[in-house]
Write a protein that binds this ligand. Structure first.
Ligand code: ADE
Length: 249
């Protein structure tokens, strides 16, 4: 690479939304902010209304066949994606993801796969839905859960955050490697820090024993019991010696 040339980010993410302002707080703080500052993530926001041509900057219209609400029109979305594509050489193709309550479930495994892509475009749906012809542009539709939010902006932020944690250099090495084996694993075991006794609640003595094998056994048991109580659906898939679901630090 030529001296002074910018090293390409590990992951570029373009977000198409009618509410770019919603993203600024999330992208302007903490780990995502630092990753962008270091050039590991390249996140670009695009206001869908910039790709409209009428005076009212309309992005939606009533559904054919009737029914409640408004549907995002295909025109501005196609123009937005085409304009974003033109910012890179023709050979580079973005992986286009639509955030939608009718998408496939978002999981850790899916986040890991998306992180391996070099370039994502996240399309935030809104109102009652998105014109079906937009799906021609889309490689996958993603839902973050079985509930309907007011739009795809919060889901896009959730996806970006979860995907970013798998991009090399975004979080510390130990955290990143802990993530690798947790898909289909167990919920996280209970964690404690100082003080050893807080308002009569003592830290389990095994954790202060210094016996690492006993600690590992205890954690495994706790994680299994917790998973059985809260997420029995995960238990069938738990690897015998796998790690546990790690929360973000
Ligand atoms: N848009 C509205 N609700 C959503 C959800 N649950 N997941 C993804 N996109 C959405």
């Amino acid at each position: 690479m030529a001296r002074g040339a910018r090293r390409p980010a590990h992951l570029r993410v373009d977000v198409v939304t009618i509410f770019p302002g919603m993203f600024r707080a999330v992208l302007g703080e903490s780990i995502l902010k630092r990753a962008q500052a270091r050039g590991v993530l390249d996140i670009r926001l695009h206001d869908l209304r910039r790709f409209t041509h009428d005076r009212r900057r309309s992005v939606d219209d009533r559904p054919y066949g009737g029914g409640p609400g408004m549907v995002l029109m295909p025109g501005p979305i196609y123009e937005a994606v085409e304009s974003i594509r033109q910012t890179e050489p023709a050979g580079r193709r973005p992986h286009v993801v639509l955030l939608s309550p009718s998408g496939s479930p978002f999981t850790s495994a899916r986040a890991q796969r998306l992180a391996a892509r070099r370039w994502l475009i996240l399309l935030c749906g809104h109102y009652e839905g998105v014109d079906e012809r937009v799906l021609r542009l889309v490689r996958e539709s993603v839902s973050i859960g079985d509930y309907v939010l007011t739009g795809g902006e919060l889901p896009a932020m959730v996806v970006m955050d979860a995907v970013a944690r798998f991009v090399p250099g975004v979080v510390g090495h130990a955290d990143a490697t802990a993530e690798e084996s947790f898909t289909g694993g167990l919920l996280e075991y209970p964690q404690y820090t100082r003080p050893a006794v807080f308002r009569t609640m003592a830290v389990p003595s095994v954790l202060r024993s210094g016996d690492h094998r006993a600690i590992a056994r205890w954690r495994r048991l706790q994680a299994t019991a917790r998973t059985a109580a809260r997420r029995p659906d995960l238990l069938g898939a738990a690897p015998r010696r796998g790690r546990t679901l790690q929360s973000a630090t």
